[in-house]
Write a protein that binds this ligand. Structure first.
Ligand code: URA
Length: 246
C-alpha cells in the first residue's frame, strides 16, 4: 500500500504539488471512483488508478538511456560544470543515478536507474557487458594494436585489460575552419570493462592521444536517433537484456 500522491509522482504524472492539484481538480480515479485526498492509501499492485481516462502503470524502478553531451560531468552535483542530472526533470531525477561514468569531454550512451541492484550488477567487475566507443586520434593507430588489444594490454593497472576488439577506420581528409586540409584518424573499440579512463589509456599505451570520444553502445543498446541531451525510457525487453547480460 502507498499514498496516492506518491504513486502519481512515481508514475511521472507530475511533482507532488502538481498531482495534489490534479486530485483536487477531480482528474484522478481509483477503481472508477474519483480520488478524494493526496494521502489516500492505494494498493499499487491491484487498484486501477486513472488519470485523464488513462490507466497508470506502477513501476517500482526506472531505467533511462541518455545521450550525454560533451562538457557535462557524470555527477549529481558539481560547483563548476553542468551535470548529467541537469538534463532530467525534477520528478524523474529524484532517485536516479548514472550507471558508471563518462569523462567530462566524452559523449554518448549513459544509463540511469534507481534500481540499485541492477546498477551494482552492471558495475561489478565480473559483469562483462560489451561497450563500444568511437575515438578520433591524433595519429594513425599502429596495426599491431589490434592484436595487443585482443590479447589484453598493460595500462599501468595491476592486471592487463581483458580482450578488446579494435577496428581501425580509414583516415578521412577534412578541412578545418582555417581552410587547412588534413587527415582525421579514428577507430572503434569494444571493451568489456569500465576502468578509469580506460579507452584513453589503452590508446595511450600504443602511442596515440584520443581527441574525441563517444560511447556508441552498451550490449545491444544504441543511441538510435537520440540527440545529445535527450533521454528515453528503456523498454521491458531492454531491461531484461541488461539483467541477463545479453
Ligand atoms: N574510457 C575513457 O577513457 N573515457 C570515458 O569517458 C569512457 C571510457
Amino acid at each position: 500500500m502507498m499514498r496516492l500522491d506518491k504513486f502519481l509522482t512515481e508514475c511521472g504524472v507530475g511533482t507532488r504539488s502538481e498531482v495534489k492539484k490534479y486530485i483536487k481538480a477531480k482528474q484522478i480515479k481509483i477503481n472508477g471512483t474519483l480520488a478524494e485526498k493526496p494521502e489516500q492509501k492505494i494498493d499499487e499492485t491491484s487498484d486501477v488508478i486513472e488519470w485523464k481516462d488513462k490507466v497508470l502503470k506502477y513501476q517500482k524502478f526506472h531505467y533511462y538511456l541518455f545521450h550525454k553531451p560533451a562538457g557535462c560531468v557524470t555527477a549529481r552535483t558539481d560547483n563548476v560544470h553542468k551535470t548529467v542530472m541537469s538534463y532530467f526533470p525534477e520528478e524523474i531525477k529524484k532517485d536516479l543515478s548514472p550507471v558508471g561514468r563518462l569523462d567530462l569531454d566524452t559523449e554518448g550512451l549513459l544509463l540511469f536507474t534507481d534500481d540499485g541492484a541492477l546498477n551494482h550488477h552492471l558495475m561489478s567487475p565480473a559483469h562483462h557487458m560489451e561497450k563500444t566507443y568511437f575515438a578520433v586520434l591524433d595519429k594513425q593507430v599502429p596495426p599491431e594494436a589490434i592484436e595487443l588489444f585482443q590479447k589484453g594490454i598493460d595500462i599501468g593497472d595491476e592486471k592487463p585489460t581483458l580482450p578488446a576488439k579494435l577496428t581501425i577506420l580509414e583516415p578521412v581528409l577534412c578541412t578545418n575552419t582555417n581552410g587547412d586540409q588534413g587527415e582525421v584518424f579514428s577507430a572503434e573499440l569494444t571493451i568489456q570493462e569500465g576502468r578509469f579512463h580506460q579507452v584513453k589509456r589503452m590508446f595511450q599505451a600504443v602511442g596515440c592521444q584520443v581527441t574525441y570520444l563517444k560511447r556508441l553502445s552498451i550490449g545491444s543498446l544504441t543511441l538510435g536517433d537520440l540527440a545529445p541531451g535527450e533521454f528515453r525510457e528503456l523498454t521491458e525487453e531492454e531491461v531484461l537484456m541488461l539483467s541477463k547480460n545479453e
